[in-house]
Design a protein around this ligand. Structure first.
Ligand code: C6P
Length: 409
């Protein structure tokens, strides 16, 4: 079933406003998605009706808040088909989820002379933690190259794994710049066959397609609630055996079972990794976002974005001097990064904004990837459930204005 975009858009209060006198055309959901009324209401409801700290109080409000918080965790677990709800750890964002693994698993298991393998298309969140871990432990950091078309060069993988030194492979499920959907399951199979564990960055994938962590092949996967219509919160999913065997990441309240003056014992999963008061209303809001996306249907969302991205690539080809980074529509999700000969991406974004069109400009927290393509920055349009082909038409018209103002190469 195609998405009923006008009906979906009507659920998002922000689309009632105008920007610079124009209808809001929001093409920056890869950075953070807009919030439907259902999510805003869920957060308002907990603050106005059932707010208290969780896991601590023995009174009605505390019990209601705990129930709402743990209920949201269960929704997230079902959404990604986690085998066990205790495998779902609430964190601040995807970045914190990956750092948790780098600190808690990495410092125990990566030794001098080991190798960590990542890819050239990673966001800094799935690059810098591994780079710094490798430096600290005296390990090597190696990259799976990206081809000129923006695909992973799979032929380069076996030589990186064959000597058995690779202990961890980290890979994005979808690139936030190229839109590429790498064959992560194939990469994971190769990594596991060589004895390495696999960390997947699901920040751009979980909001846009059906993800089953039990079949994808990951040992850990991090993603962001705020990119899937939820509030500012993130999730780390990890296989239970691994999480159980890891030391905590942060220390303090709620993550302990008992504390003595000189020692402490850790709480069970998932609390061992949730030190301190968690983002209660945010997690509840994420639960509402999961319900909202589930009602629309993740397969329908993916099909909708494939359709829009194919149309957008066709239409963008009409703009003179515009080059698109990454593969064709069949091999990408709903993200298109581009650059134009005579126009700096920041100027492109400013002119588009004057027409009510929001795009991101810069290196999109993927500097080594831009270096790979020998450009300092790009402009990026990203699509979600509230975008349709009319939005693409507005973008193309606004880009015509960019050419008129800034000229051609
Ligand atoms: N990318 C973008 O505009 P956080 O901010 O921690 O929730 O997500 C980090 C992150 C990790 N991996 C990928 C693939 C991402 O795209 C992001 C966030 C945004 O592309 C903001 S920089």
């Amino acid at each position: 079933m195609p998405l009923d975009v006008p009906a979906i858009r009507a659920e998002f209060p922000i689309f009632k406003r105008k920007v610079n006198g124009h209808r809001l055309v929001f093409l920056d959901s890869a950075a953070s998605a807009q919030k439907p009324q259902a999510v805003i209401d869920a957060m308002t409801r907990i603050y106005t009706h059932s707010y208290a700290n969780v896991h601590r109080g023995l009174y009605t409000l505390a019990e209601e808040a705990t129930e709402a918080y743990e209920g949201a965790r269960a929704k997230v677990a079902r959404f990604i088909n986690a085998a066990d709800v205790r495998e779902v750890i609430n964190v601040r964002n995807a970045t914190e989820g990956i750092n948790l693994v780098a600190y808690a698993w990495g410092r125990e298991h990566i030794q001098a002379g080991d190798r960590i393998v990542i890819t050239e298309l990673e966001h800094h969140a799935n690059l810098v933690p591994w780079q710094q871990l490798a430096k600290r432990q005296g390990a090597e950091l190696a990259y799976i190259p990206v081809t000129e078309e923006g695909l992973l060069d799979l032929d380069a993988v076996p030589p990186l794994l064959d000597d058995g030194r690779t202990k961890l492979v980290a890979c994005s499920v979808m690139s936030n710049v190229l839109g590429t959907l790498p064959p992560v399951t194939e990469v994971a199979e190769m990594a596991h066959a060589s004895g390495a564990i696999v960390v997947m960055d699901g920040a751009q994938a979980v909001p846009h397609q059906s993800i089953d962590v039990q079949t994808l092949g990951a040992d850990f996967m991090a993603f962001s609630g705020h990119k899937m219509c939820g509030p500012g919160v993130g999730v780390l999913w990890g296989r239970r055996e691994l999480l159980t065997s890891m030391p905590p990441f942060l220390y303090g309240g709620d993550m302990i079972l008992t504390v003595k003056q000189q020692d402490a014992k850790w709480n069970e999963l998932p609390y061992k990794f949730e030190a301190g008061t968690p983002p209660i209303a945010e997690v509840v809001g994420l639960g509402a976002a999961v319900d909202f996306l589930t009602d629309i249907g993740m397969d329908a969302i993916h099909a909708h974005e494939q359709d829009i991205v194919a149309y957008a690539m066709e239409r963008l080809a009409e703009i003179p001097d515009l080059d698109i980074l990454g593969p064709g529509p069949a091999e990408r999700g709903g993200v298109i990064s581009f650059w134009m000969g005579a126009a700096h991406p920041h100027d492109i974004a400013a002119i588009l904004d004057s027409e009510g069109v929001c795009v991101r400009a810069g290196h999109h927290c993927a500097q080594p990837l831009h270096d790979r393509f020998c450009i300092p920055a790009s402009a990026r349009a990203s699509f979600y459930i509230y975008n349709d082909k009319d939005d693409v038409d507005v973008l193309v018209e606004a880009l015509d204005k960019v050419v008129r103002i800034l000229g051609r190469r």
